[in-house]
Design a protein around this ligand. Structure first.
Ligand SMILES: Nc1ncnc2c1ncn2[C@@H]1O[C@H](COP(=O)(O)OP(=O)(O)O)[C@@H](O)[C@H]1O
Ligand SMILES: [Mg+2]
Length: 303
């Protein structure tokens, strides 16, 4: 197969691993910096270009879209989809996963456990919103934040009110601000399940090393291998399916009422390989081998 990896970081560990494993398995691989690509939208001829050359002849595309470039990256992925090319993660699922409001709605509909969450555009009474969550402390987070940067713990109603006031000034639209129940019993830890094709292929627990309530590795958290309970495994798989991702990292917290999903990451890092000793690149390429071929064959029959 001829595979394109859409990645702006050819030197990234995840990109290198995918390329190496795919090549070892006999595939031809191009790493494409999608930020330099452009798309020509023409009747019956949707193409993606890089350096003056049309990107054609691919059997599969592996999107590794950075969250800072979600809109542009997903538009390029969509352009490949318009040509009937198999993409490991679809543009629509990438967009869903990057918006915590949108993904919480999908997860909730599918019956996946999530922390109680409310969204308001700032005109509702804050006390009323907080009461919905069972009172302070609460978490206030940006729907499109990453690496723990847009997540605040408000210890009291008073603190929550002033933080929200500031946030609402910056986001008149309101859809970027979520209020969430603070899952106190496992504060500072969360679980990452790495899901490929409806199976958990590796899982780790992340723990903040200081008294921060956020366990993101970017905030100084550390990871260790963890064995998931049946419930956690099923929750991760259901979460991946409800957002529509064949490859993702599902982040959950262990709560008194079972696993609660915080987010579904559509470009999960491969650092989990080092933490768990598990190879996650091979299952991804194997999954593409099984599915891209089948899909393309079907497309030809239908054409
Ligand atoms: N409702 C919550 N209760 C307790 N801790 C939370 C809650 N939401 C987030 N956290 C902590 O903050 C971290 C970052 O939150 P998350 O929603 O995953 O945003 P980001 O996309 O920035 O990683 C989580 O990994 C978790 O440790
Ligand atoms: Mg997170």
């Amino acid at each position: 197969m001829k595979i394109a990896i859409l990645s702006n970081g050819p030197g990234n560990y995840s990109t290198k691993r995918l390329k190496t494993v795919a090549e070892e398995r006999g595939h031809e691989v191009d790493v494409i910096k999608y930020r330099d690509c452009y798309a020509s939208i023409e009747r019956s001829q949707p193409l993606v270009w890089n350096d003056g050359e049309a990107l054609v002849g691919y059997d599969a595309v592996i999107p590794r879209i950075a969250s800072s470039m979600t809109r542009y990256g997903s538009a390029i992925v969509r352009q490949f989809e318009m040509q009937g090319i198999y993409t490991l993660t679809s543009s629509i699922s990438i967009v869903r996963s990057r918006d915590k409001l949108r993904s919480m709605q999908l997860l909730a509909r599918a019956g996946v456990g999530i922390p109680k969450t409310v969204v308001s555009r700032g005109s509702a009474d804050v006390s009323d919103l907080i009461n919905h969550l069972g009172g302070a402390p609460i978490i206030i987070k940006l729907a499109r934040g990453t690496h723990g940067n847009g997540v605040v713990l408000a210890e009291s109603k008073k603190a929550a009110k002033s933080v929200l006031q500031a946030f609402y000034v910056m986001d008149q639209d309101g859809t970027n601000i979520l209020l969430q129940e603070f899952v106190e019993e496992s504060a500072g830890t969360d679980i990452r399940a790495f899901v490929v094709g409806g199976k958990v292929v590796a899982s780790m627990m992340r723990q903040s090393l200081d008294d921060d309530f956020r366990s993101n590795l970017h905030q100084g958290g550390a990871g260790e291998k963890v064995k998931l309970t049946d419930d956690e495994r099923k929750t991760a798989i259901k979460a991946a399916r409800s957002v529509g991702l064949n490859l993702c990292g599902v982040d959950m917290m262990r709560s008194e009422r079972g696993p609660l999903v915080l987010e579904v990451n559509s470009s999960p890092g491969f650092g989990i390989e080092e933490v768990t000793g598990r190879d996650v690149a091979t299952p991804i390429i194997e999954y593409i081998e099984r599915n891209a071929k089948r899909r393309n064959k079907k497309d030809k029959v239908g054409a």
